[in-house]
Ligand binder design. Structure first.
Ligand SMILES: [Zn+2]
Length: 412
């Protein structure tokens, strides 16, 4: 419930390389305190708008919202070290009458700005510079009439204290540079009470598990380390599949499926990459069905603040997305190169929840469609599967080489 309230008024809550909504922590290097840079921090007034800029030594998750009586802007950070810095460095102006800041509780710091009158939050953004560089948080306010002022109504102070506890932190995620074996998490879709697609007595959960085991062997023979999100016929929530990969520090996440399509006659393999704006309705329905399967299996999706997630993901994906895009292209190329049938749109975007790791290049491979008789035959054919394993192993290896080369280049 409190999350729903937050959604109403919290304008921005940004997580970089974090999956707060999954209850999981973020990389150690980012959980360290960000330091405030007074030289890059200020209050500026442009026409009606008042803007607060905070220069930080590194990006941090944060949120910004308004409170009433008296009107205030509140910003929570996870976490900014304000020690030794006086709020006066902001040079108060415009709507900002007074600023206090400091540690709020373990893992969280807070800034409270008293406003000269009712206002609305126009914008709250975090900009980063470079791959591991400094960050700047900008919050823009505009005055509104008392009637239009909409602070978080009815929220007691204690509700505000109810921030999520600092989560368990992952070990730092180091991008692979080819100096150690590649580490892949294979994610056989569905399982347990969620059988996935079911056609003529066949269950997608079984088919993809068998394939994942074969692919695991193929990858291991090629020197790749492999962890599976499930080894048997058990239910694993989508969120857990992501956290398994993140906790293990995976270099790459590959989800394996063989779904049905309700309309049309899709055949062949398809590589899906995350695209939350994807408009192709068939692939969106596929993604929704996966989420729904989770829901029906009893997973509580309450509190998954997608507004939050979207902002956070946009930031963190700046680096990961092109790497995932290349993964999709290389996999599709390898499968084609092996002479295996691909869908007429071999690489597609869809909003699959399981692809939402912001820092691990992820792809979802529909090996074929259970709704297609030809595809079912292929999926049951050991020779076909061996060829598919060979193709994916080759694709993963060539992706890893190019990815490592890029990482080395970026480090120079
Ligand atoms: Zn599936």
């Amino acid at each position: 419930m409190k999350r729903a309230l937050y959604t109403v008024l919290a304008v921005a809550l940004v997580y970089l390389i974090a999956l707060w909504w999954s209850g999981y922590g973020f990389a150690q290097d980012l959980s360290a305190l960000a330091r405030l840079d007074p030289a890059e921090s200020r209050v500026t007034v442009k026409a009606e708008a008042t803007e607060i800029t905070l220069g930080l030594s590194q990006p941090v998750p944060y949120r910004a919202y308004l409170l009433g009586e008296p009107p205030r802007l509140v910003m929570d950070f996870r976490e900014v070290d304000f020690a030794g810095q006086r709020p006066e460095v902001l040079a108060l102006d415009g709507l900002i009458e007074a600023v206090r800041w400091g540690r709020f509780r373990p893992g969280w710091s807070r800034l409270v700005a008293e406003l000269s009158g009712p206002a609305r939050l126009v914008e709250a953004v975090e900009e980063t510079e470079g791959l591991a560089g400094t960050a700047r948080i900008r919050v823009r306010l505009e005055p509104v009439s008392a009637d239009a002022f909409a602070p978080r109504s009815g929220a007691s102070d204690s509700a505000l204290w109810d921030l999520p506890q600092p989560a368990v932190t992952d070990p730092p995620h180091r991008r692979q540079m080819g100096e150690r074996p590649l580490f892949v998490v294979l994610d056989p879709g569905h399982g347990g009470i969620d059988p996935g697609a079911e056609v003529e007595g066949l269950q997608e959960a079984d088919i993809v598990l068998r394939f994942a085991r074969e692919l695991k062997e193929g990858l291991r023979r090629a020197g790749v380390e492999v962890l599976m999100s499930r080894e048997e016929d058990v239910f694993v929530p989508l969120e857990t599949r992501i956290t398994v990969a993140r906790a293990a520090g995976a270099d790459l996440f590959l989800s394996l499926h063989a779904d049905t399509v309700l309309e049309g006659q899709a055949t062949g393999a398809t590589v899906y990459l995350l695209d939350e704006q994807a408009e192709d309705s068939a692939s969106q329905k596929l993604a929704e069905r996966h989420d729904r399967a989770d829901l029906l299996a009893g997973v509580d999706l309450e509190g998954h603040d997608d507004e939050v997630a979207t902002i956070l993901m946009d930031l963190a994906r700046t680096e990961t997305q092109p790497r995932a895009t290349r993964l999709g292209q290389v996999l599709a190329g390898a499968i084609k190169g092996e002479g295996l049938k691909m869908h007429r749109h071999p690489v597609q975007g869809a909003a699959f929840s399981v692809l939402k790791s912001p820092d691990i290049p992820s792809a979802l491979l529909e090996l074929g469609f259970m709704s297609s008789e030809a595809d079912r035959k292929r999926l049951l054919d050991p020779d076909w599967r061996a060829r598919m394993v060979r193709a994916i192993v080759a694709g993963v290896q060539s992706w890893a080489q190019a990815d490592a080369a890029e990482a080395r280049l970026l480090r120079q």
